[in-house]
Ligand binder design. Structure first.
Ligand code: ADP
Ligand code: MG
Ligand code: MG
Length: 537
């Protein structure tokens, strides 16, 4: 009988079962875990900016919050106000009215015990005079800023001398642990790339699933891919967006460099366009994905990064049905204010903008062109200048891209979609939507999307992947037969491997600790007076 099919079934079953968290099993796995003592040196090297410790890092933020709530009523109010404010911002209808009434009663009445008594000057006036009538975004933002200024001062200094901060240093020490293959269980291969495969992995102690992209060291060296691998890692590590695959760990073993990223188990959009029955993606989903992709691209551009590989194949869906951009292997950072131009064109045939094909200078505009092609493909299941599976020379695709007008023959194109695509497919960079700082999100194509809520992850996906389906090709299709000769590595290579392997990425790792409950389990509820003077003096 079918042994290959059986292998695949076994691999799928193990992979799907791992995703059902077994809390008893997990608790058993982590009984022996304890928080390490912080080393003197680590306390000194730590980044001690308020923004980093108390806002960006999830564990720092949580401990600072706990510190405030355990202090005086003024600090408690300063901790609660921003929380209730963001609750109001994202609430709708009745809940929004209720949140507003609560803010007014709690924080703006001098006789309330949560009155924001630390405010001074203009902010204090605004707060006292706040009412149903002038309850607007601007006034509240001003109070929020004043609250931050307050927290950044005395409360932050006191926090750094408290046991809560000692606890933070312990977590930072733990975060620095060396990551090896032993940290994970490994499951089936999900995809294959130029330098190796991507497989599903699970962190033993937290149960968190990730995708691990393994780059073969020998292959990297032979093809000179080291520079790009490091660049991909460095960009991935810097992005912090709901719509771009985030990096959680980077490490290496004997043979591979490993990038551990968000697991996207809903398949890529190319798979969804071509392989699931009726071709194309229906309008409601398409608008939702395009809104998320656009937000992701804008995030990269705000960091002066050009993606250069926008295409449905690189957009992956997660278990909830939200999408993220992945594969930043071609992404580059733009030198400030400069353009790039390379003799070798970068990108994929069919998605490359005229300026790339003509080897002219370009900046971010190439991503908007490629997005135009991708939206077209999601509707019509073909590219604007290349039919599905059409056997055609690259030169001909280039000619069409440079000379032909884009035609909209498929029945599913409606007016807003045609208009948006046409604006993204303007041949001249300067005429293209998105290239001169206008925001593509204000186009009427997106009229049904509330971007504010979308960016907070609050818009329900129009389609959710089935939890018992593996949206990937069968495992045997990834078998690798090509032999790579064993290449010797020198000191320079080893230096590069180390530079690449920085272990856990703070924000993502801390979030994993909190979400999995490890944070609560390892935090002794009574923070009883650890003397921590020695750590920072
Ligand atoms: P390459 O840069 O070599 O093309 P990719 O990053 O595109 O490598 O990864 C190769 C394949 O692995 C993808 O096409 C996709 O099928 C799968 N893959 C990549 N990243 C993930 C992820 N985060 N979750 C699930 N599958 C992934
Ligand atoms: Mg790829
Ligand atoms: Mg790549």
């Amino acid at each position: 009988y079918d042994l290959v099919g059986l292998d695949n079934l076994v691999a799928n079953t193990a992979y799907l079962r791992a995703q059902q968290v077994d809390y008893d099993e997990l608790r058993k796995r982590r009984v022996s875990l304890t928080l390490p003592k912080p080393k003197n040196s680590s306390g000194l090297l730590l980044d001690r900016k308020y923004e980093s410790v108390c806002e960006q890092q999830p564990i720092g933020r949580k401990l600072f919050q706990e510190f405030l709530l355990a202090s005086n009523p003024q600090y408690v109010a300063a901790a609660e106000f921003p929380e209730e404010l963001s609750h109001w911002r994202f609430a709708e209808d009745e809940a929004r009215e209720k949140a507003k009434r609560s803010i007014l009663a709690k924080f703006c009445q001098p006789e309330s015990k949560s009155f924001l008594s630390y405010l001074t000057g203009e902010a204090a006036e605004i707060c006292k005079n706040l009412s149903n009538k002038n309850f607007d975004e601007e006034a509240l933002e001003q109070i929020k800023e004043a609250t931050r200024d307050f927290l950044r001062g005395k409360p932050f200094l006191e926090f750094m001398k408290s046991p809560f901060f000692y606890r933070f240093l312990q977590w930072k020490e733990y975060e620095k642990q060396k990551i090896t293959n032993k940290y994970f269980y490994e499951f089936r291969t999900l995809g294959k790339g130029g330098f190796g495969e991507v497989c599903a992995v699970q962190v033993k102690y937290t149960g968190q699933m990730y995708a691990c992209k393994k780059l073969d060291k020998s292959r990297l060296k032979k093809k000179g891919g080291e520079r790009f691998a490091l660049l991909e890692k460095q960009i991935l590590e810097k992005v912090n967006s709901l719509f771009i695959v985030n990096l959680a760990y980077s490490y290496n073993d004997k043979t591979h460099l490993c990038l551990v990223m968000d697991l996207m188990n809903g398949g890529d959009l190319k798979f969804h366009i071509y392989e699931l029955g009726e071709r194309g993606i229906r309008m409601e989903r398409l608008i939702y994905y395009t809104a998320q992709i656009t937000t992701g691209i804008l995030h990269l551009h705000s960091m002066d990064v050009v993606y250069r590989d926008m295409k449905p194949e690189n957009v992956l869906l997660d278990a909830k049905g939200q999408c993220r951009l992945s594969d930043l292997g071609l992404a580059v950072e733009l030198p400030k204010g400069r353009t790039i131009c390379q003799k070798v064109s970068a990108g994929t045939t069919g998605y490359m903008a005229p300026e790339i094909l003509k080897q002219e200078n370009y900046r971010i505009s190439v991503d908007w062109w490629a997005l135009g092609c991708s939206i077209y493909e999601m509707v019509a299941a073909r590219l604007p200048f290349k039919d599905f599976r059409e056997k055609v020379h690259n030169e001909e695709v280039t000619r069409r891209t440079l000379e032909d007008e884009c035609k909209f023959e498929h029945k599913n194109f409606d007016d807003p979609t045609k208009d948006l695509i046409s604006r993204f497919l303007r041949k001249k960079q300067l005429h293209r939507l998105g290239s001169r700082g206008e925001d593509p999100r204000s186009h009427r194509f997106f009229q049904s999307i509330n971007f504010h809520r979308l960016e907070a992850g609050l818009v329900e996906p129009p389609w959710v992947p089935k939890s018992n389906v593996v949206y990937a090709r069968n495992t045997d299709e990834f078998r690798d037969n090509s032999e790579v000769e064993n290449i010797k590595f020198d000191a320079k290579d080893e230096k590069f491997f180390n530079e690449f392997s920085t272990g856990a990425v703070s924000v993502r790792w801390q979030k994993e600790m909190i979400d999995s409950g490890v944070f609560d389990e390892l935090n002794d509820p009574k923070l009883n007076g650890h003397g921590c003077e020695s750590v920072w003096t």
